[in-house]
Design a protein around this ligand. Structure first.
Ligand code: IPD
Ligand code: CA
Ligand code: CA
Length: 272
């Protein structure tokens, strides 16, 4: 457990333990994907037995440590609804479609929120054994190394990543229009990896210069918020005037140097 030697908050240690425990079962399941049942949640949205199993292990661990803390987790929803001061925000598998197809690009993402602010978080890719983590004021790390965002200053030379749109998205055509618009400004074709948390983590460690995606959920990005901030990046949430749920997140996450140029390049239709 030397990975977290430099980070000592009790919350961090709790998330770390839950994450490691859940990842063991997740790694086993990844090796046996064919045998897993898959059930459909809705168009373009699948939930596997592994999602639920991973979530159960994480939640059990977190509740063992703090039975009273609030939880917002993708599959089960809200636990201890009254505790809004201290909450865990969980995505048990971010990148389920990759997972189910044997593509090693998915992560466990857990953030800790205190009075509305994420103060620490972990994004763990168990297959590549890459653990991204950060705690407020203490920097961001990938395994044993401190990470920083890239120094890229121009969109033209940036390597950007995006995701979506879902089949059911009402912004489908805008999303494609926007994709074309940005594509025409970059030398390197835009990447699409299918795991929003890892996309943000990869901006934090300088592999990508920027990421944007509409209609994400809070659990996709919660841990990424603190990891990117502590790595020197900038994450912004744009409001959609027609959006009902406050949980939906329209995300622009960058190395901070290209932030304004990326914002200016987006279509921002119906986005404030
Ligand atoms: C999904 C991934 C994907 C993004 C989707 C998310 P899930 O999360 O982050 O990259 O494009 O919008 O829902 O369903 O695999 O946890
Ligand atoms: Ca997700
Ligand atoms: Ca998920």
């Amino acid at each position: 457990e030397s990975k977290l030697m430099r980070l000592n908050s009790p919350q961090m240690n709790i998330i770390y333990k839950a994450c490691i425990k859940a990842s063991k079962s997740l790694i086993r399941d990844f090796g046996e994907i064919e045998k897993l049942q898959v059930s459909s949640k809705g168009p373009g949205d699948f939930v596997s037995v592994a999602d639920k199993k991973t979530e159960k292990i994480i939640i059990e661990e977190l509740l063992k440590a703090h039975p009273d803390y609030g939880i917002l987790s993708e599959e089960v929803g809200v636990i201890n609804e009254n505790n809004k001061e201290k909450r865990w925000i969980i995505d048990p598998i971010d990148g389920t479609s990759n997972f189910l197809n044997g593509i090693p690009q998915f992560a466990i993402s857990i953030g800790y929120e205190e009075k509305g602010e994420i103060t620490c978080g972990i994004i763990f890719d168990p297959i590549k054994n890459e653990m991204f983590f950060a705690e407020k004021g203490a920097g961001a790390f990938l395994n044993n190394s401190r990470i920083r965002v890239s120094n890229q200053k121009k969109i033209k030379d940036s390597i950007l990543v995006t995701g979506g749109p879902r089949f059911s998205s009402k912004r489908r055509s805008e999303t494609f229009d926007e994709y074309i618009k940005i594509s025409n400004r970059v030398n390197i074709p835009i990447r699409k990896y299918g795991s929003a948390s890892l996309d943000i983590a990869n901006v934090a460690c300088g592999r990508f210069d920027g990421f944007w995606q509409w209609e994400l959920n809070y659990w996709d990005v919660a841990a990424g918020i603190i990891i990117l901030k502590e790595a020197g990046g900038f994450i912004e949430f744009l409001k959609n005037s027609s959006e009902k749920s406050s949980l939906k997140k329209n995300v622009v996450a960058t190395n901070s140097k290209i932030h304004q140029e990326l914002l200016d390049s987006l279509l921002k239709k119906n986005i404030e």
